[in-house]
Write a protein that binds this ligand. Structure first.
Ligand code: SAM
Length: 242
């Protein structure tokens, strides 16, 4: 489940550059029975199997680098993973990501290992592997030097508390749809102002909850007032190429 995503693109480049080292371990390594069993039936009955504490504790004890290791348990019951947490995790020296399966972990696992329990969203996946890859990708791309253009992570959606402005590329006219004329003007100041305004517009239209959590700068207040005057709630309008 890990080989494809870890061997491609940015995660691959981060490892090739020595900026991240990722190791995948099989919990069965830390079992002691012939069938290498990692799960057992739930106390109290009911459907499904539960991950046993012994192999998980032994795995973490073998892999931990003392206090510099942070144990993360992927679970739909965890705190919601977002850009701020990705940024915090990207500054940590060593993460151990625990992937659940079946009905999930015996509850003594996150408790006893003092794991940071993270959820990637309000839905249930079959296992923690995809959530672990989500956390890895979002986190590793923030490590300085991983992205070719350092500025791109800074302007990505959520990095500044807003959704990013829309992007356009050639051709200038496509099936009757143009490109905002300012982007072709060569006026960098006007472009930066337009982008900030569009980021505010997008965020207000699509994620007003994010906007409510940011403190708008003087320029933001001016741009928001302009959007109000333009009636952005109704969609607004702007000059485009034809
Ligand atoms: N019975 C669990 C519950 O209702 O909370 C769900 C178990 S789920 C089928 C199996 C494993 O997938 C979990 O232990 C966890 O590691 C992973 N998983 C599923 N959804 C997840 C999510 N939204 N975020 C993080 N991990 C998730």
């Amino acid at each position: 489940m890990f080989q494809g995503p870890l061997q491609e693109s940015i995660l691959r480049r981060a490892q090739d550059k020595g900026l991240a080292e990722i190791r995948v371990h099989d919990l069965r390594t830390w079992t002691h029975d012939r069938h290498r069993v990692v799960d057992d039936v739930p106390y109290g009955g009911g459907a499904g199997m539960v991950l046993k504490p012994e192999p998980v504790f032994e795995a973490v004890e073998a892999l931990r680098h003392g206090p510099e290791s942070t144990v993360v348990a992927l679970t739909p019951q965890g705190i919601p993973f977002g850009q701020r947490l990705a940024d915090e995790l990207s500054r940590l020296p060593h993460l151990i990501l625990l992937c659940g399966r079946y009905e999930g972990f015996d509850d003594r696992i996150p408790q006893g290992l003092q794991a940071l329990e993270l959820s990637i969203g309000d839905y249930v996946l079959s296992g923690g592997e995809v959530p672990a890859l989500v956390v890895l990708d979002a986190t590793i791309r923030l490590i300085p030097g991983v992205l070719g253009d350092e500025t791109s992570a800074l302007t990505d959606s959520f990095a500044m508390g807003l959704l990013e402005h829309p992007h356009f590329t050639r051709p200038p006219s496509f099936r009757g749809m143009g490109v905002p004329a300012v982007l072709l003007s060569g006026d960098h100041q006007a472009i930066a102002r337009w982008r900030r305004k569009q980021a505010l517009r997008r965020t207000r239209e699509r994620r007003p909850d994010l906007l409510a959590r940011t403190t708008p700068s003087d320029l933001d207040q001016e741009l928001l007032a302009e959007l109000d005057a333009e009636g952005v709630a109704m969609g607004g309008s702007e000059e485009t190429t034809r």
